[in-house]
Write a protein that binds this ligand. Structure first.
Ligand SMILES: Cc1ncc(COP(=O)(O)O)c(C=O)c1O
Length: 377
């Protein structure tokens, strides 16, 4: 990796093994819908889709049609569900490209039905019910009636029925209430012939084994990251999946500063003593969030080094006072292992007061993704 200033290394073997572990956990009869929204959580959609196709994913979950088209360009034949709502002008493309659509209302379904008639091919949809997320989905009160009406629309094929948990990682009682609402509907809905019945994201896949239904919908877990939540289960599971992504940059300059020297924009850090500091080749222009200013840590020479002052667009200053040998060109780890130490996505998220999903998807296009592992080309 000598030529890069700031790069992400993605271990395809880790992804393959994570998917195998998910398969082992849910059993052979449950379909796995791998969620590859937002450039496969920042890992690079096309490469990850290709790997998941070879490794046994059953179906893909995407946010929009551009992502669905990127998957189709890698391999044909895999079912794809668009998890976001389809805009009116997108309905025809979704049907033409054979992307299953999420439907919350009759109007949406009517547009798919009309597109199906125009194109002379079926429109596949999943009905979504809002059991507590408050985002997409019909209300539990109206969804069965909606379902009946949709059955009468020409060209429409109801392939799935699903819901989404709002706090599966940290609120088991609210999740239980959502499960109950969904189960009550399932008891009344004509779902027996549906290919896809689903609710569980990564956290629910770990903590709510009784709602695997016939399909699960993991994102974070595929990339080897455990959602926060149930500590006991987390500690049991932490060696079962492993993070696929490491994020690295380099020391560009090392200098000694005197007591009282202020660092970076806004002068939010003032040296309390003489210090040795290093400038790194990563900043918020690479997705290293400014919220980590004065809080985040990086690894250099196998040691934790604190971020000093504000993270800037392309550069970040760190404390290397305890590392006399550090020099320009040395590797710094923003996420990943170095020696015996590790910085996890969850840790960086904690320093930035955000969530692991945002850390991963914030890594910008400027950062080359380098694929490693036995299947990397
Ligand atoms: C509807 C839906 N299902 C599943 C997922 C996957 O969630 P996770 O990454 O927590 O597994 C997401 C992610 O945002 C989602 O929006």
């Amino acid at each position: 990796m000598r030529q890069y200033r700031c790069w992400a290394e993605i271990d395809l073997d880790a992804l393959r093994e994570n998917l195998a572990w998910i398969r082992h956990r849910v059993g052979p009869n449950v379909k796995i819908m791998t969620v590859v929204k937002a450039d496969a959580y920042g890992h690079g959609l096309k490469q990850i889709a290709a790997l998941l196709m070879q490794s046994g994913t059953d179906v893909f979950g995407v946010a929009n049609l551009a992502e669905a088209q990127a998957i189709r360009s890698v391999g044909r034949g895999w079912p794809i569900l668009m998890l976001g709502a389809c805009l009116p002008f997108e309905a025809e493309t979704a049907v033409r490209e054979d992307v299953m659509a999420t439907v919350s209302t009759y109007d949406e379904a009517r547009r798919f039905s009309e597109a199906a008639s125009r194109l002379g091919r079926p429109a596949d949809i999943h009905i979504k019910v809002d059991t507590g997320m408050g985002r997409l989905g019909a209300t539990p009160h109206e969804v069965l009636d909606l379902w009946k009406r949709l059955e009468g629309l020409p060209g429409l094929r109801i392939r799935g029925f699903y819901t989404h948990f709002a706090s599966a990682e940290d609120d088991p009682s609210f999740t239980r209430a959502q499960k109950l609402r969904f189960r009550r509907l399932l008891a009344k809905a004509p779902h027996q012939s549906l290919d896809y019945l689903h609710a569980n994201n990564s956290a629910a896949l770990l903590f709510e084994q009784d709602t695997h239904l016939n399909t699960v919908r993991p994102g974070l877990l595929v990339y080897g990251i455990l959602p926060e939540g149930n500590r006991r289960i987390r500690s049991e599971l932490q060696h079962q999946v492993r993070p696929a992504l490491s994020w690295k940059c380099r020391v560009s300059l090392v200098k000694e500063i005197t007591r009282g020297t202020a660092l970076s924009y806004g002068r939010s850090f003032v040296a309390p003593r003489p210090m040795r500091v290093a400038t790194l080749t990563a900043g918020y222009g690479d997705g290293y969030l400014r919220a980590g200013s004065n809080r985040a840590r990086v690894l250099i020479g196998g040691e934790y080094c604190r971020v000093l002052g504000r993270i800037t667009m392309d550069q970040t200053i760190i404390d290397v006072s305890r590392l006399p040998q550090v020099q320009s060109g040395d590797e710094a780890v923003l996420i990943g292992r170095q020696g015996s130490r590790q910085i996890t996505v969850n840790q960086l998220a904690g320093w930035c007061r955000t969530i692991p999903w945002e850390i991963l998807t914030a890594i910008t296009a400027r950062v080359p993704r380098i694929y490693t592992g036995s299947q990397a080309s």
